[in-house]
Design a binder for this molecule. Sequence first.
Ligand SMILES: O=C(O)[C@H](CS(=O)(=O)O)OP(=O)(O)O
Length: 245
Amino acid sequence: MKHNLEVCFSPALYDLYHRPEAVVVVIDVLRATSAICTAFMNGAKHIIPVGDLEEARAWKAKGHLVAAERDGIVLDFADFGNSPFNFTPERVQQHDIVYSTTNGTKAIHKAASAYAVAIGSYLNLSALSFWLQEQHRDVIILCAAWKDKFSLEDALFAGALSKKLLDSGLFTTICDSVHASLDLWKSAQPNVYRYILKAAQKQRLAKNGLDDVIEFCHTPDQTSIVPVLKGDRLVGETVGKISYI
Ligand SMILES: O=C(O)[C@H](CS(=O)(=O)O)OP(=O)(O)O
């Protein structure tokens, strides 16, 4: 039996998609889920996603390492912000990191009551696709988007992941958002990086001099780790066999 695949383009729509037995993949290509994948790639032990700034501040007061930003600006009490380049091995290896961002951590909390929640980005695209195939469950791809509005970079990545899952033969869909994301992915070829330069988030990041991460965040298959939510924290699950479909 094939499993059902759906794409939800905004956390504001998530209640319409939620099914407790499905696996949800949260994606926030620019920049939260790319940063999370980078942190695990560089040896982080756990990431504790918190939606609320006061909660992040309280963790900091208890001596924890905190990465937190709003609207691309690092918060005054945080150790560092949301750029994947901040999550260096020197900073994160063997550490638990409390993490709060504008859109990404909010989407993770929104999905928390699903059967399982995984974190996706180009960095772990093939590993994630393989991990999802192994779950034998319906999948909902949740775009963190931008303040509940559609975002091009997340919708495009939803297309990349949908293509891999449908090509595996294990999934089927009657979801128009999947078809739209697949069409987007097709029209972005052959140069995804050039295509994404039109995204509003590219302009927002550029305004604050933070757009140095765009190419890195669109480079596939840099890690075989899939971050998965266990209780209040993300743990990295290493996928043994990666299928480069
Ligand atoms: O830091 C980011 O890239 C964004 C901030 S915003 O979209 O510029 O407000 O947060 P994220 O949660 O990664 O979307």
